[in-house]
Design a protein around this ligand. Sequence first.
Ligand SMILES: Nc1ncnc2c1ncn2[C@@H]1O[C@H](COP(=O)(O)OP(=O)(O)O)[C@@H](O)[C@H]1O
Ligand SMILES: [Mg+2]
Length: 522
Amino acid sequence: MEEDSPLLTPEAAQAGGAAAQVAPAAAKTSSNGHVADKRPRPDDARTADARVETSYLGGFGATPSAEKYRKIEKVGVGAYGSVFMAENSETKEIVAIKAASKKEDPVFGGFPLSLLREIGILRSLKHDNIVQMYEVAHTPQGDPLIVMEFCQASLLELIYSQKHDLSFSEIKYIIRQVLDATNHLHQRGILHRDLATKNVLFNRSGEIKVCDFGISRVAFGQDEELGFLPAKGLEPPNMIVSLPYRAIELLMGETHYGPALDVWSCGCILAEILLCQTGRRQPFFGGDPENPNKTPLMYVEEIYKICGKPTEETWPGLCKLKGSKDHNSVKVNNAKMHREQGDEQTFLRQWFRKSEGKPADTKYCLTESFFDLLGSLLTLCPKSRVTAASAMQHPFFTKEKPMPEWHAWHWALASADIPRGDDMKKQRAEDGDARQLLKQLSKDEGFLAAGDEASEKPAKSIAEKWREEAEKKKQQELKRAASMKQQTKAQASDEKLPPGWTKHWSSSKQRYYYHEKKSGRV
Ligand SMILES: Nc1ncnc2c1ncn2[C@@H]1O[C@H](COP(=O)(O)OP(=O)(O)O)[C@@H](O)[C@H]1O
Ligand SMILES: [Mg+2]
C-alpha cells in the first residue's frame, strides 16, 4: 500500500519529520470515503480528547474571557479537538467554541499549533462567507479557545440529511458562495488546503461559511511584473487536503502548488452535493465505499476514469512529475486519453449522462453550462484550471436559469433538524443497512426475473419489494418499541423510586436511566 500522510502540521513536518512517522495512522478513510481523521494523532488521542473536554469546558475556566461561556453541547469533533455550541451568559448569544486537544502536536509537546495558525489566519479575514471569529478565550491553563459565530450544520451534514432536499438554484447559491470565499482567500495569497464538505458550514438562511483554517497558510504572492510567486518551504503535496478532495497535481507529486488546488476541491464539492441529493453517500472521488483502504493511486485511477487521462500536450510538464512514473497500474495505463485541452468536460458529460452519475442528470436535467463549469473546475492541468474569480462569473451563475437563489420559505417550513456529529453517523449507519437491503433486492431481482420468465409470471419490481421489506421492518420496529415500553412500565412499577423520579430506556445507550423532573438531573 502506498504511503500517504494527509494533513501533517506544516511546522511539525519542517521540524524533522518525527511527526510524519505517526501520520500514516491518520490516513484512514471511513467506509463512505470521507477521511475520518485528518491529522496525525497518537493512539491514545481519544482519551486525551475526553480529558480536554472536561478540563477546558467545565464552565470555561477562570480567565474573564473564558468563564462567561456556558457549554451547551458538542457539535463537531476534528482531528485535534472539538467544537462546542455555547452561550455567552452576558449577551445570551449562541456561539461556537473550538478547543484543541493537548495531544495536538507530539513534536511540540502538545502545543496547539494548528489552532494558533487558524487564529492568525481568521484574524486577518473578514468575509460574509468565511466563519467569523469573535475572540480568543483562554482556559485556566492558558490554552487558547476560538470563539466564533455558530452555524447550523456543515455541508456534509446537510447533504446527508434525508429530510432536506436542495433545488438546483440552491445548489448554485451554495457553490457560488464557496467560490466567493475561496476567491477572497486567494486574493490575499492564502491557500485553504482543506476545502471539503465537512469544512464548509451552513445556516438555514442559505449562508455559507468556510471554516477550519488549521492547515491554511499564506502560500503565494502575485506580482504585476514577476507574476506568480510561490512561498518557499511549502509542505509536501501528500500532506495537505483530505484525499477525496486532493487535486490531481498533488496526487502526482507537484511541489510548486498554488490556488488551483482549492479550485479543484470546489469542483469535488459541487459534484458531491449533486450526487448526494440522489441518495449517494460518498465524496465525488470516493472510490468504492466498500473498500475503505484507498490509496492515492486508487484516486488517480478514479479521476482518470471520470475526467479522462491527460497527455503531455493537454498538461505540459506532466511527465516530469514523480507520480507519472509512480502511479503505474493497468487501470491508469488503460484509461481513455484526452485528445485536446478541455476534454474533461466531454468525459464528465458522458459519466453523468451514461454512467454512474445518471441519477443526478435525471433529477436536475444537467445543462451544457453545468458541464462546462464542472469541466473547468476539474481541469487536470492546474495551469489551465479556471480561477475562483472567473468561475464566479461563469454563465452557470450569471445567465443560466434557474438563477442562484435561496428558497427561504421552504426552509421555514422544514421543521426537522439536520442530524449533526454522532447523530449523522448513526443515520449513515441506518442508511448503510438500507443500501445493503437494496443491493440484496437487486440481486434477487436478477434471480427472480430469470425464474419468472420461465413461468411467464411478471417479475415484482424492485420498488415493490423494497416497499414490502420496508413495511416488514417498520412493523418489527413498532413491535419492538411497544414491548420495550411495556417492559419499562412493568419494571418502573416494580421498583420504588423517590418522589419525582422516573425510569426511562435509552435506545442509544441500550440501558435504563433515571430522571428527576424538577431538577432535570439524570
Ligand atoms: N462555527 C461553527 N458552528 C457550528 N459548527 C461548527 C463550527 N465550526 C466547526 N463546526 C463543526 O465542527 C467540526 C470540526 O470543526 P473544524 O473547524 O473543521 O475542526 P478540525 O480542524 O478539527 O477538523 C466541523 O466539521 C463542523 O461540523
Ligand atoms: Mg475540519
